[in-house]
Design a protein around this ligand. Structure first.
Ligand code: ADP
Ligand code: MG
Length: 270
């Protein structure tokens, strides 16, 4: 390579860095060699490079959104066994995966006993919203309430509220596992009413509606919270026994009865 060419290349990389085009910088030489071999014109070369940059940019943004959502574990719909949970309407879940509810500022409420797949479905739905470009944040409800209570001063409290206000979708997992204090209930109500018609909520809870007063303390607050939460809301009930238990039983049965065994033995009682 001639000295002038080397100099141009150094300058080009400098400009691409200043313009924040890392993929163009990484790919331009390789694509140029290929374009020369294919006899492609300059515009086709530029088009190919800009397409690569755009694709990579979208991928990096999706990764950032997923990280910012802070899911405790990533769960997908592919690993959700609908046959094990017949009360969950597969068609409704498929519709919700299109994320139109987020544009309409509608909520999703997942109600059921512990271990019945509420957090799994909430995470799969919210991760899909992330992939589609929405700003999402996952909280265990007690974690959010504690963060709000502990926001030391007015400024950090407002900063946290500001972060919540920027979201398209807020997941409140495990609402009602622990009874909230009076302050906690009021803060939770404040989060839910601020989100009302502005931010979609996905709430998971083991509480049937009639027990909400026990957890939130006041009947007035419970009524007002449920009113906002359930106005324009899709409800998914995960009825039945814990999946962990079901899974453990199935595994125990597999161990007790290897595939090669032909003799019928009673299943072990656990
Ligand atoms: P919940 O939030 O209702 O307490 P989770 O969603 O945490 O329950 O489910 C408990 C465990 O069982 C998780 O590891 C989850 O992935 C798994 N699980 C629950 N339901 C199903 C299902 N129908 N298909 C596959 N895995 C499931
Ligand atoms: Mg859960």
């Amino acid at each position: 390579m001639k000295a002038t060419e080397t100099k141009s290349l150094v300058l080009l990389h400098h400009h691409l860095k200043a313009l924040r085009l890392p993929t163009v910088a990484a790919e331009c030489e390789k694509v140029a060699t290929q374009a020369a071999a294919d006899n492609a014109d300059h515009l086709a070369y530029l088009l190919q490079l800009t397409e690569l940059e755009l694709l990579d940019r979208e991928k990096r943004a999706a990764e950032r959104r997923l990280k910012a959502a802070r899911f405790p574990t990533i769960k997908t719909l592919e690993t959700f066994d609908f046959t094990a949970r017949p009360s969950v309407n597969k068609v409704l879940v498929a519709e919700l995966m299109r994320c139109e509810y987020v544009d309409k500022r509608e909520n999703i409420l997942l109600v059921g006993n512990p271990g019945t797949g509420k957090s799994h479905l909430a995470t799969a739905l919210a991760a899909q919203a992330c992939a589609k470009g929405y700003r999402v944040r996952f909280f265990r409800t007690t974690e959010l309430v504690t963060a709000l209570i502990e926001a030391r001063d007015e400024r950090s409290f407002l900063r946290l509220k500001g972060q919540l206000a920027k979201l398209d979708l807020l997941v409140l997992d495990e609402l009602g596992y622990v009874p909230a204090s009076k302050v906690g209930s009021e803060l939770l109500f404040d989060v839910i009413s601020t989100a009302y018609e502005r931010t979609s909520l996905i709430v998971t809870t083991n509480l049937p509606f009639e027990s909400w007063t026990e957890v939130l303390g006041s009947e007035r607050l419970t009524g007002a919270t449920l009113d906002r939460l359930t106005h324009r809301c899709r409800i998914i009930e995960t009825k039945g026994e814990s999946y962990r238990l079901h899974d453990a039983k199935a595994r125990a049965n597999r161990h007790a009865k290897p595939a090669t065994e032909t003799v019928d033995e009673p299943a072990p009682s656990r």
